[in-house]
Design a protein around this ligand. Structure first.
Ligand SMILES: Cc1cc2nc3c(=O)[nH]c(=O)nc-3n(C[C@H](O)[C@H](O)[C@H](O)COP(=O)(O)OP(=O)(O)OC[C@H]3O[C@@H](n4cnc5c(N)ncnc54)[C@H](O)[C@@H]3O)c2cc1C
Length: 329
């Protein structure tokens, strides 16, 4: 067991955790960031060929220029940029090191962490920032057959689905972008959504594309419908209007139904997380929780509605936190 001590420990090295780290090292604070996966592991999990809807300057951290070839950065460009942020601000990022517990001991916090090789490491910090993101667990369908290998809550790329019957579950950006991608590689796509139309947050520049595919019967859609059961070669759909059942041929189910944050670490630290919204109790002006010295940052603070906080605004939490830390220490 080894002991290390810092001013600020950040749990989660996604873009918003990095923004905390960059603001903290810019204020000459001793800082460490932990991530249970690689740096920005949520972005690593995004579709391989996705592009961000933000323009690069809106994804910049602490004004470090983000230059890209096109108008919207690719996933690869964003990962390269965030590695650059870590290098430029000389951030101590402990990758593949999970924070398992945080305990207040006297005026400090003790973090129990586990490295990739299974070793326990204890760190102490004057302050802890929890920036663990919003992608801890998918919103499960909760239907028989969801555990079949043909079902996934991740979408990486379209090629493996060429000439296959694919059911895309959901009505948001991820579902629409996947459905268009899949159609373009020659998959037979059916979109199923409990709503009567796509979510209002679907990007304006992709909506006409999917609407035309549906109009041309190139992509099938089942509005006001839910998946009732999944079988090895079929899927059973149930209409929300009257409950009519329909069984369709199916090879793959992509359940792109959104994700939710993990409240366990916060609750174990004594921080209340609203059951309904998933929002942790905090002061939005300082990002401080009711436990002095514990802060929250990034998409985590939006709870289950990840559309409210994203990189563009979540990155601003970093400076607020460092200002508050310096002001009150
Ligand atoms: C397809 C797609 C496109 C998007 N496009 C945009 C866009 O154009 N513009 C924009 O602003 N936003 C966009 N977003 C949203 C954006 O990616 C997220 O809002 C952003 O990743 C949030 O950053 P974060 O640092 O708060 O959380 P995350 O990026 O989720 O990072 C949290 C990190 O915490 C780590 N972690 C969790 N628990 C622990 C633990 N106990 N110990 C150690 N580490 C832990 C995780 O491994 C993860 O790396 C997009 C999202 C998706 C899915």
């Amino acid at each position: 067991m080894s002991q290390r001590s810092v001013d600020i420990a950040v749990v989660g090295a996604g873009p918003c955790g990095l923004a905390v780290g960059a603001a903290a090292t810019s204020a000459d604070l001793r800082t460490v960031l932990f991530d249970r996966g690689p740096l920005c592991s949520s972005i690593v999990g995004y579709p391989s060929y996705m592009s961000f809807f933000s323009t690069p300057e809106n994804l910049e951290i602490e004004n470090l220029p983000f230059v890209t070839e096109g108008r919207n950065p690719s996933r690869k460009e964003a990962l390269a940029y965030y590695r650059g942020v870590a290098r430029y601000f000389d951030l101590d990022v402990r990758q593949y090191q999970e924070v398992e517990a945080v305990t207040k001991i006297g005026a400090e916090f003790e973090l129990r962490t586990r490295t990739q090789s299974g070793e326990l490491e204890r760190w102490t910090a004057e302050s802890v920032v929890v920036a663990t993101g919003g992608f801890a667990e998918p919103n499960y369908l909760g239907v028989p057959g969801e555990d079949l290998p043909k079902v996934s809550h991740y979408y990486k790329e379209a090629h493996p689905y060429w000439n296959q019957d694919v059911l895309v579950v959901g009505g948001g950006n991820s579902a629409v972008e996947a459905a268009l991608d899949l159609f373009r590689v020659g998959a037979r796509v059916t979109v199923v959504h409990f709503g009567a139309d796509f979510d209002p947050g679907v990007k304006a520049w992709i909506l006409p594309d999917i609407q035309n595919r549906i109009k041309n019967r190139e992509v099938a859609v089942r509005w006001r419908c839910r998946v009732a059961e999944i079988h090895p070669r079929t899927a059973i759909l149930r209409s929300e209007n009257g409950g009519a059942i329909d069984e369709i041929p199916n090879d793959w189910v992509l359940a792109l139904t959104g994700w939710r944050p993990d409240p366990v670490l916060l609750r174990s630290m004594g921080i209340e997380v609203d059951d309904e919204t998933g929002i942790p109790v905090h002061d939005p002006l300082t990002m401080e929780t009711p436990i002095s010295g514990v802060f929250v940052a990034g998409v985590l603070v939006a709870g289950i509605d990840a559309n409210k906080v994203f990189i563009e605004n979540g990155k601003l939490h970093g400076r607020k936190i460092v200002e508050r830390f310096v002001e009150t220490r």
